[in-house]
Design a protein around this ligand. Structure first.
Ligand SMILES: [Zn+2]
Ligand SMILES: [Zn+2]
Length: 129
């Protein structure tokens, strides 16, 4: 029995489901930088983990999705296997820049900026807690 996948690392600015592991498509063949906040296949934003989903990607590419370990985002899986994506996120207006947002009260770009500022401080917060 395969082990349950570890979810993507936590960020208060990620809006993808925090309980599952998301597929982060590589952009132009380049793997997203670990620790960055990137759009997942399901349309939410998720933190890029260390390490790759190499085996998972192979299973999906080979159509062996029944063998996927538990904990994988089903919406990401649906998109990766060719189903139409859900309309992404929650429509709203960004409270930082005032632009239309599909990620609730913060748009994707502002979430990425705030995440980048927060990410280096996250361990200090953990120490305090
Ligand atoms: Zn997902
Ligand atoms: Zn914004």
């Amino acid at each position: 029995m395969a082990e349950r996948l570890t979810p993507n690392p936590y960020s208060p600015y990620a809006d993808a489901d925090p309980a599952t592991r998301h597929l982060l498509p590589s952009l132009l063949g380049a793997r997203p930088k670990p620790g960055g906040l990137c759009p997942a296949a399901c349309g939410g934003l998720a933190v890029v983990p260390e390490g790759t989903l190499g085996d998972i990607t192979d299973l999906i590419n080979e159509g062996r999705t029944a063998e996927l370990p538990p904990g994988f985002c089903l919406t990401c899986l649906a998109v990766a296997t060719g189903r139409e994506p859900e309309p992404p996120g929650t429509p709203g207006v960004c409270r930082e820049c005032g632009e239309r947002s599909s990620h609730g009260d913060l748009c994707a770009l502002c979430r990425q900026d705030l995440h980048d500022a927060w990410w280096p401080t996250r361990e200090q917060e953990a120490d305090r807690g």
